[in-house]
Design a protein around this ligand. Structure first.
Ligand code: PLP
Length: 304
């Protein structure tokens, strides 16, 4: 019998821990067939989860909005996530928890009869921007594609309804940009593939969309950081024109934190350099990873 190799990552699939390369979902699971799932992503930085309780709480809220049941209490979810990290031996990790609809009995199309399934995995930390993009700022494109409206799919429930984001991203990459932000069909931007968006306006205040997007946990950190720095932050509709004319622009995501944007559709944002306030927020975001109140250290010696 060979020892399982968790060096590339570890997953929890229907009750068992397996190497990431062996983790799979049955083809008939509605999570696969219908993107019928809720999920969350929490990170581990230098041996500790960042804002673990906030992510597990949002995960439970997402499940409730989609009438999904993880079938595990929050403390068990936290223990499963920690064990995935421990098995993979990761000090810096990208950790995902998922509940899928599962499948109803053969012949039934009644989602109430489906047996929901819980999955989780830990892999090395994921950045949505490479080192150069982080240093020089991202080139963002504003897409003509509208983000799925909140009246169709609740964006506050973290979900896999990403075709709009993926098609938008493909268009942006084809046009030579690094990523994309989608709008609400009324001239406002809402969010991008995996991130929230912020503009620093001429008066030094910060604006970020209030509706039509996932309420990111990193977005929450940015809101709290602005409070602590004494910077006014407004959650309100953010017009694409305001974004283009902003002094500074940045995005927020668990997969990279706070990331500067220095070009939009080929045009410089402000003077085209990473802005001073953006830099302060980036630095504070990483400083906050040392705050005990926001850290949950992983016990690398414990058992499942
Ligand atoms: N918006 C969408 C659509 C996302 O998928 C994500 C995260 O993956 C975010 C925003 C940012 O959320 P968080 O800061 O919790 O990672």
């Amino acid at each position: 019998m060979h020892e399982p190799d968790f060096s590339q990552g570890a997953a929890f699939v229907r009750g068992a821990f397996v190497p990431i390369g062996e983790a799979c979902v049955p083809i008939t699971d509605w999570g696969f067939l219908r993107s019928d799932a809720a999920y969350d992503v929490v990170t581990v930085w230098d041996g500790a989860f960042f804002r673990l309780d906030d992510h597990v709480q949002r995960f439970q809220d997402s499940c409730a909005r989609f009438r999904l049941d993880a079938g595990l209490p929050p403390e068990r979810i936290r223990a499963v996530l920690a064990h995935c990290v421990r098995l993979a031996g990761l000090q810096r990790a990208y950790v995902e928890m998922v509940v899928t609809r599962g499948q109803p009995p053969w012949g039934s199309r009644d989602p109430r009869q489906a047996v929901n399934q819980f999955y989780a995995f830990a892999v090395p930390y994921v950045w949505i921007a490479d080192e150069q993009q982080r240093a020089q700022g991202l080139h963002l494109s504003v897409s003509a594609i509208q983000r799925i409206p909140a009246t169709s799919v609740d964006p506050r429930a973290k979900n896999y309804h990403w075709n709009d984001l993926t098609m938008g991203l493909l268009g942006a990459l084809d046009a030579g940009a690094d990523s994309v932000v989608l709008g609400d069909g009324a001239g406002n931007v809402v969010e991008g593939p995996g991130f929230n968006v912020f503009a620093v306006l001429a008066d030094g205040s910060v604006a970020t969309p209030a509706q039509g997007m996932l309420e990111g946990i990193t977005r929450r950190s940015v809101i709290e950081i602005c409070q602590s720095l004494g910077v006014a932050l407004h959650q309100r509709a953010l017009a694409a024109a305001e974004l283009r004319g902003a002094r500074e622009v940045f995005v927020s995501t668990s997969a990279g934190g706070v990331l500067p944007v220095t070009r939009i559709d080929g045009q410089p944002v402000g003077d085209g350099q990473v802005g001073a306030l953006t830099r302060r927020i980036v630095d504070t975001y990483w400083d906050w990873h040392r705050r005990d109140a926001l850290r949950t250290p992983v016990d690398y010696g414990a058992s499942a």
